[in-house]
Design a binder for this molecule. Structure first.
Ligand SMILES: [Zn+2]
Length: 263
């Protein structure tokens, strides 16, 4: 949520050895390192919360000069899987059950991609989670990993939202997808939406709501997005609305909610 310059200054002052963040944030910081702005001697970068593509991993590793370790987690459980020395994600099945299922919540065989997962936490007895449905697509592999771990290897197709690069006073200002989602959810109370970038100063917000409720929600979202963009250092932006639209529901892993220009 912080402007990039403030984040970079804080990291330079703190000089961390390990940095944990979303892939989109790590990518943004890698760009800052390439420009010579970010100067931290990191030992490892831990990523999670979004899909980490091989290209993004390579760029982060090259720019920050250290290894990236990916993980897979959720707000309801935190880290559900971690990356081993062989670069595979292992599911923490001593603490949870994660069932790959199809769109009707029927079990999907090993080796085949699911359309969702059901999470049962074996750790949290205060707020039990039993077969909690999440929209992540996952493949659980039948074979053991070469690293020797008995924990099952999984592939996850998580969120793939874009960074939006808007016009600022002295160049591009990057608006991060998770920050934009948080602004809309927490400040405008809107959870189902799609945000499309039309150009470097215009966004189009699609909402399922129509009529009076839609117009009120749009007004709220527009104010929240505009003040967030300006706080990040962008020049004032336009937010156009398209009401009564079919949009991805909630924080599902299946569809892009935030799409950059040309994306
Ligand atoms: Zn392994």
């Amino acid at each position: 949520m912080q402007p990039v310059d403030a984040l970079v200054d804080a990291l330079n002052a703190f000089t961390p050895t390990v940095l944990a963040s979303y892939p989109t944030v790590a990518l943004l910081l890698a760009e800052q390192a390439e420009r010579g702005r970010l100067k931290v001697g990191l030992r490892e970068v831990w990523t999670g919360g979004e899909t980490l593509s091989p290209a993004v991993r390579q760029r982060i590793e090259a720019a920050l000069g250290c290894r990236v370790r990916n993980s897979y987690g959720t707000s309801e459980f935190l880290a559900m899987a971690w990356e081993c020395e062989a670069g595979q994600l292992h599911l923490n099945t001593d603490w949870l059950l994660l069932e790959p299922v199809d769109e009707y919540n029927r079990s999907v065989p090993l080796g085949q991609p699911s359309s969702g997962v059901l999470l049962t936490s074996l750790a949290n007895t205060v707020q039990p989670l039993i077969r909690y449905a999440m929209g992540d697509r996952m493949t659980m592999h039948p074979d053991r990993c070469g690293c020797g771990s008995p924990f099952p290897v999984i592939d996850v197709q998580g969120r793939r939202d874009d960074i939006l690069r808007m016009r600022g006073l002295t160049g591009d200002v990057a608006l991060l997808p998770l920050a934009l989602s948080t602004v809309l959810e927490e400040q405008a109370g809107v959870f189902d939406f799609q945000l499309l970038q039309r150009d470097d100063s215009t966004l189009v917000l699609r909402l399922p709501l129509a009529g009076h409720a839609g117009r009120e929600a749009l007004k709220c979202c527009r104010a929240a997005l505009q003040s967030f963009a300006v706080a990040q250092g962008a020049l004032p932006i336009r937010v156009l609305g398209e009401l009564g639209q079919v949009v991805p529901r909630g924080r599902s892993g299946k569809a892009c909610r935030i799409v950059a220009k040309g994306g």
